[in-house]
Design a protein around this ligand. Sequence first.
Ligand code: ADP
Ligand code: 5GP
Length: 212
Amino acid sequence: MERKGILIVISGFSGAGKGTLVRALMERHDNYVLSVSMTTRAPRPGEREGVEYFFTDREHFEETVAREGLIEYAEYCGNYYGTPRDYVERQLLSGRDVILEIEMQGALKVKEKFPQSLLLFVTPPGAQELRRRLEGRGTESPEVIARRMARAVEESQGIEAYDYVVINDLLEQCVEEVHSIVEAARRAPGRQKAFIGKIREELKEIAKGVQE
Ligand code: ADP
Ligand code: 5GP
């Protein structure tokens, strides 16, 4: 069956503001749903089971991979993260646009499996601002922040694999920019097959009438 919704992958350096952006996008527009990932990382203070993540251990995660319960998964800074399959497929079929907030290796796997997915890379306007945001969030130790900044150097090499680069400077502006990109993607011919078929038939009918 045709998937009606758009599968949107949002990646970006840790601290770029992906979570903030996605929350604001969903508050302003009701066409989006967010996929909740499974992870072996420990919950941060305030994180709730089934809301930010489904928290689990390595054994259960590996079992889920083995029964193909995940669309993609990756190891990031020592923990597994993966996208549960059922929810995403159900929502796309029902016409909702599904957001995956995932890192780069996972994003590339999604593009391989679903070539029509839309890959967005979110970045702050500069590296100093990235560090300020990571430090300002206050959720990671200085060591973890250093690892994430080092990881950002590597990730910056992969940006060209994405369809769009989105600079998250002014949040409100960034939200509307992302929404415009999604709306534009809906206009691609691959997503307008029913309309294209209809107008072709109508044109043929009218042209026949003119000839007769
Ligand atoms: P990510 O999900 O990419 O790791 P977060 O959404 O947690 O990033 O944002 C990291 C920090 O940056 C948070 O403290 C957040 O409030 C802040 N932040 C997010 N977007 C902006 C923005 N446009 N301008 C300034 N600060 C921002
Ligand atoms: P955090 O520990 O900060 O919540 O997430 C670390 C990284 O893992 C982020 O870049 C986040 O986007 C990514 N991530 C979260 N869920 C998934 C997932 O299901 N799959 C993949 N590949 N990455 C994920």
